[in-house]
Design a protein around this ligand. Structure first.
Ligand SMILES: [Zn+2]
Ligand SMILES: [Zn+2]
Length: 277
């Protein structure tokens, strides 16, 4: 029965506490460990811990001085608790600040990483494009292939370069073509001459458009636009120059092939050759 009454006293009389509470190490450490901001358990923990001390002295038997000392003790204890709460709050603020700093640093880092990733993607694209450019460079004029055509040996050149070789291979004396050789593999390229007395239909043209290369060239020029390579923008000088060469090459190929199928290629080459003299 006495035990129950003591418990009631400690819970209802907030000022009733022991003078020895402040010296009690277990109380300080227990409070510190269990304290969480806004946690009401703090009060319960301290009053439960204090209760142990109450067993030694009943407030009803205390003198006025003793009660006053008790109140002072309690006040001092509250001050300490207040200080501890403030310290914890400051530590929390400090932690929040450090977390914010870390977040900012992380964000800076990831920005930098994505910038680096963009740059390296750009470098890779540039590298790939340089490979493209090498693949679409004409071995004769060293420019980007324009109206690329493939010879029977499998090598491709600008149509205008092939036309120049064919023109050189036309002999006014023979009134026909002599063979020319591929400048890369030296294989003789036969230009079938048309002889109306022998041929019933015009012989096939001796080279054909290289469509796969055409696609690679278009891809390479588009890549150069995307990469912002100087001169390759929509109105860029290099792009316009290549477009012009491509158009001239295609027009020339159309014209020669038309004469070829009309069986008057020999006359055309003859007049072209004479105009060169
Ligand atoms: Zn060329
Ligand atoms: Zn060849």
């Amino acid at each position: 029965m006495a035990h129950v009454r003591r418990r009631d006293d400690s819970e209802t009389t907030s000022t009733s506490t022991s003078r020895g509470a402040l010296e009690s190490q277990p109380l300080l450490s227990a409070t510190k460990e269990s304290y969480v901001p806004g946690d009401s358990r703090l009060v319960a923990t301290s009053s439960q811990a204090l209760q142990g001390k109450n067993e030694q002295q009943d407030p009803r038997t205390m003198s006025l001085e003793e009660k006053e000392a008790e109140v002072n003790n309690r006040m001092a204890e509250l001050e300490i608790m207040k200080k501890r709460v403030e310290e914890d709050r400051a530590a929390l603020e400090d932690r929040k600040e450090r977390l914010k700093k870390r977040e900012r640093a992380f964000r800076r880092n990831s920005d930098e990483q994505s910038r680096n990733a963009e740059n390296s993607t750009r470098e890779v694209k540039k590298g790939v494009n340089n490979e493209f450019l090498k693949a679409v460079e004409c071995p004769i004029c060293s420019d980007i292939l324009a109206a690329p055509h493939v010879l029977t040996c499998g090598h491709s050149f600008c149509f205008s370069d092939i036309h120049t070789m064919a023109l050189n291979a036309f002999s006014l004396e023979l009134d026909g073509f002599v063979n020319f050789h591929c400048p890369l593999c030296r294989v003789p390229i036969l230009i079938p001459g048309y002889n109306p007395e022998v041929h019933k239909v015009a012989p096939p043209f001796y080279c054909s458009p290289c469509r796969p290369l055409q696609a690679v060239i278009e891809l390479a020029t588009r890549n150069m636009q995307d990469l912002g390579v100087e001169g390759w923008g929509e109105e860029g000088e290099e792009l316009q120059r290549w477009k012009q060469r491509e158009k001239e090459g295609q027009d020339l190929a159309e014209m020669i092939k038309l004469h070829w199928s009309n069986n008057d290629a020999r006359d055309l080459f003859s007049s072209l050759k004479q105009s060169m003299l």
